[in-house]
Design a protein around this ligand. Sequence first.
Ligand code: B3K
Ligand code: ZN
Length: 872
Amino acid sequence: VSPIRLSDYRRPAWTVDTVELDVDLEIDTTEITSRLSLRRDPAQSLPLRLDGENLELLAISLDGRPLDAADYRYENSVLDVVGAHDGSMLETRVRVRPSANTALEGLYLSGPRETGFLLTQCEAEGFRHITFFPDRPDVLARYTVTLRAEQARFPVLLAGGNPDGAGELADGRHWARFVDPYPKPSYLFALVAGRLESIRRDYVTADGRKVELVMWSEANVIDRCHYALDALERSMRWDERAYGRNYDLDVFHVVATHDFNMGAMENKGLNVFNAKYLLADPDSSTDEEYRAVEAVVAHEYFHNWTGNRVTCRDWFQLSLKEGLTVFREQQFSADMNSAPLKRIEDVSLLRRTQFPEDAGPLAHPVRPAEYREINNFYTATVYEKGSELVRMLAGHLGQDGFRRGTDLYFDRHDGHAATIEDFLAALGDANHIDLKPYLAWYAQSGTPRLHARGEYDAARREYTLTLSQLTRATPGQPEKLPLPIPVKLALFDQHGRMLPLHLDGQTVETEKVVVVDKASQRFVLRDVPSHPVPSLLRGFSAPVVLECDYTPTELALLLAHDADGFNRWEAGQQLAALAFDSLHGAGHSAACKAWCDALAASFENPAIDDALLADLLTPPGEIEFADRQSEVDPAKIHAQRQELQRRLAQRLGANALLDRYNMLSSGSEVQLDAASQAKRRLKRRVLELLALVDTDQAHALAARQYETAAGMTDRLAALGLLVRDRAPQAAAVLADFRRRYADNPLALDKWFAEQAKVPGEPALANVMQLESDPAFTLKNPNRARSLLGNFASANPSGFHRADGLGYRFFAEQLAELDALNPQIAARLATAFNGWQRLEPVRREAAHTTLQGLAGREGLSRNLSEIIGNVLQ
Ligand code: B3K
Ligand code: ZN
């Protein structure tokens, strides 16, 4: 297959005004009749061509006249029709097979065939698995959908849009109709049918529309949907206030499924969620999961404007909706919880997922220039880096300016399919600013390195900051241009006091943003009384790697005094990195001592919030450390990071850790307020540190914590520690967990995940044994991810064995999974990213395995694109 290129974009020759779908639902065979009213672009003369994947064509007619075999051809997933003209009506009837659909794209069955329900997933190109259509996001049509099914088996029938009648039919069947008044692209179509329960709430939008909010799930988990319903209401209010956006239909349905390829889907008026991001209760969800539910509910809701009302012209523009919606979701979560903690979490995620992606063979721009399989481009780059780009734009315009810009964007493009240029133009026009220079960020891949060097001239009282940028070559992009990099900065004196900034003759407050848009630039700050310590890139003002030759003392000063919560944590991370390097260096342990001393001071500082303290006490992860090295030995990195943490634990002292642990012991009921969550987070970290210096004691405490835990956060923290440490208590705790949650697939996923994350050599034996556990199946994406995804992507020392057996086992699983679900196989395969930077023995083993996998017959387009790119 040759790639699809952005530069080849053409307007559609044919569009569709209205779609009428009649769907006769059954588990094994469903029949779909579609009537499309067609519009022809007068400027083009191409014959009618529609997409259709694996459809059994039963009937076809044009303008009421059944077509002869000579008038159409259905081959290679396209339907060509002759004789259509502007205004024609094409009617087709097709048959599809939901219960046989293991790829979970198009119409499929969730759950067992006796009790499960039917649902659809269309983004990106699933609609062509349901009916013939110009299946591209710039074809916006109005949908009328009529569902018919046996009433006893499918009591609930749902589709996007407003309800428009329902009733009974002969033979125990019934029907329901939905009309969506808003033109939408086919990827936002959805239907759901089966036995589902609901909880509901009335909502009135700021502009006065009465809306019924409904959460749907299978009966046994409906009690766990309340938190999501609250989160939905908070999201709706927030979007009204922050962006002036109101909901626009009479109903908003949200459905939970255990069988889903991703987190959730923003179908118009009928969101579908992976149960992992909708269900929450204290006994089975951790605090992190509660926050994730809130964030994903908000994310999908926010898509109603950023994605649905204004959609993407083509899939290259995916970040137009995803980057912007992630940004909105991050703002919302920061408002609902703690802004600095949220920023730490988001930047950590970016560094753990996006930086490695951007540094390896899978690197691609936020707006890719080409793809073979679009589902492979729902990446950390498009989502998380995309959000960072929007954050830079928002920072540049300021809160009011950004709001003016988004208002204009919605005004201009409502009901249309837009591009990233359109977005930048609207933001810029509303503020009389040219934002075009930021387009380069969307086109250029790779993480820029920003080098900072400061010089203080005591005689002139001047501090000169030289900032230079460099982006390394990435696949297909040997030459890189300088990008506009906003650097938010402040200066501190040696006592940790912020200094006023005098730049270009103006006095500003104590914080300022300078934009570096050349390869190298100098900024002179005047009237600086003493040699300052700069705090750079505050709040992580641009997605770059900052290289600054701080001394350990300077970093310790920032860690103690920086008022920017993010940069304070960041100083600790930089100091931890110096400490990490010093461990294998020639006895230079000043950095390690400085790190431990600084954290010992934080540990005693009552002004620091418990959750921030927990984050301060956590050094960068193994993946982040690996990202800084040119020849990676994951086993060594693991050992060295453990040693670093052991030194910290030693410095804090077993007694102090134990005292703190006891002080943090929580009550018999789970409270979800910020302070209670923060306590649990710190408690977990303290216990992990204690385990490094008083192992038996910590394990005994963990076993007790497991027994007495009021909720999942404490319970899983205890189980995770015992399992990772392979403590004598681990087996009993695992057995108990398994029994306790036998009927709770989301909890059971954690049971698999924790065992897949055991560091080092023992991991593989665990995973191989769990793979043949009766509860394991490759058919369920959550289960496959919990075992194989955690092993290959979240456990570097376990997966990257020197004997290469981890790779071989994993590749076998991928091949098997690919035959069932190519999207999930391709996603998991990205674990091989970065293999070129492994030390030679592992590199060779990974290479051999990858070549073996690439040479297999019948790989999906999804998996072969990833393997092909990884190998290049
Ligand atoms: N838009 C969906 C993702 C669809 C992925 C298709 N492979 C969820 C989201 O970003 O909100
Ligand atoms: Zn999204």
